[in-house]
Design a protein around this ligand. Structure first.
Ligand SMILES: *Cc1c(COP(=O)(O)O)cnc(C)c1O
Length: 401
């Protein structure tokens, strides 16, 4: 569908990122050269093992964790599943079967919790208000004597709002409740310090910060019990069987180092570009920025436009060489509005007309100009074809935004 004579503007970095050259180069020696199995006792295996432990230490250092607290997984979904299910099962052993979360978590968290509910656990879903932020006070009043786990995402993948993780961590530590955070959108983008923030378990995924797909990690604070999710060999201290994805882990360590070294300058650039986008797109009548204006990731903008369908907007934008999203890649394909936007309290009709633009350091001023030309044109075109918009314009229906 793309015009081949036009460069693609990729603004869907919350779905996945392009690998950085640094990450690709870091991966190559482990695809062609160091191919031993880290569990083998011979020298080829030990070379792989040494490399693996080096990457573990580097990734741990970037989170202010210890190497022994990092377990490699296949990505964010697996880390979320293992963390939540472990904390639930270990809590249940002590008679604690209550879990606190928010209504706008990633589906890797929400679907795991839904399953646990069917198995007899009780889950409290905290309201995220109109601004997409949950407060530590809400967490403090939701936890009970039988709460086994609090799981609150660090930054939301659809609207980019950043949660008060350190404050929530302090509440959980004081009450001795395990605190997990899905930090997949945060790691490599904003500062993360598991000690200062009192985080017990944290999920991360390499392909959200220019590493390779299929590599991720779960941080588990020393002393917090973690159960095996994939049974088999004794890899990862017996907590996650399977021969390690050494090339993917090499790329993850390099991508994380690069992202953290450049974090401030990248954030500054992205924030400026997002400010321009928010300002420009807000000029479209009956539009709305979703999520808190200030407490957000530097690179994600999510807007709603009344009277249109987000899917139509995406397809026209794609035709113009702009790859964007209406929200989460995991829900696109279904015509239900985003659970995140509904959790903010948006009416269904408004939530349907959403657009998420997620930037990277590669996004240019020219890209932003192009987007600011394209989106108003497409919104107008869709509104001109929309019976809902016609009714709104005639005053037969009331504007909701
Ligand atoms: C992408 C994402 C995930 C899933 O990570 P995978 O590595 O793709 O399994 C989980 N949580 C959030 C917030 C995400 O953005």
């Amino acid at each position: 569908m793309n015009n081949s004579d036009k460069k693609t503007i990729y603004v869907d970095n919350a779905a996945t990122t392009a690998m950085s050259k640094t990450a690709i180069n870091a991966m190559l020696p482990y695809l062609d050269g160091v191919y031993g199995n880290p569990s083998s006792l011979h020298s080829a295996g030990q070379a792989a093992k040494d490399a693996l432990e080096g990457f573990r230490a580097r990734i741990a250092a970037r989170l202010n964790a210890e190497a022994g607290e990092i377990y490699f997984t296949s990505g964010g979904s697996e880390s979320d599943n293992q963390a939540i299910r472990s904390a639930a099962v270990n809590g249940a052993k002590r008679g604690k079967k209550h879990i606190v979360t928010t209504a706008f978590e990633h589906h890797a968290v929400l679907h795991t919790l839904k399953k646990l509910e069917r198995e007899g656990y009780e889950v409290t879903y905290l309201d995220v208000h109109g601004n997409g932020i949950v407060t530590a006070e809400q967490v403090a009043s939701a936890v009970r004597d039988d709460t086994a786990l609090v799981t609150v995402m660090f930054a939301n993948n659809e609207i980019g709002t950043v949660q008060p993780i350190a404050e929530i961590g302090a509440v959980c530590r004081e009450k001795k409740i395990v605190f997990h955070t899905d930090a997949v959108q945060a790691v490599g983008h904003v500062p993360v310090d598991v000690k200062a923030m009192n985080i017990d378990m944290l999920s991360l995924s390499a392909h959200k910060f220019h590493g390779a797909k299929g590599a991720g990690a779960l941080y588990v604070r020393r002393g917090v019990p973690i159960n095996t999710f994939i049974d088999g060999g004794a890899q990862e201290k017996g907590r996650r069987a399977g021969t390690e994805n050494l090339a993917g882990i090499a790329a993850m360590a390099a991508a994380l180092d690069e992202a953290c070294d450049n974090m401030q300058s990248t954030a500054k650039r992205e924030r400026a570009l997002c400010d321009t986008l928010i300002k420009g797109l807000s000029e479209i009548p009956h539009s709305k920025l979703n999520g808190d204006r200030e407490r957000r990731l530097p690179g994600i903008v999510n807007m709603c436009f009344e009277g249109i369908e987000g899917e139509g907007l995406l397809l026209y934008l794609d035709d113009m060489g702009i790859c964007a999203s209406s929200g989460s890649a995991c829900t696109s394909g279904s015509l239900d509005p985003s659970h995140v936007l509904l959790a903010l309290g948006l009416p269904h009709e408004v939530a349907h007309g959403s657009l998420r633009l997620s930037l990277s350091e590669a996004t240019s001023d020219a890209d932003v100009d192009e987007i600011l030309k394209a989106v108003p044109q497409v919104v107008k075109k869709l509104r001109d074809m929309s019976p809902v918009w016609e009714a709104l314009e005639k005053g037969e229906k009331e504007h909701l935004i």
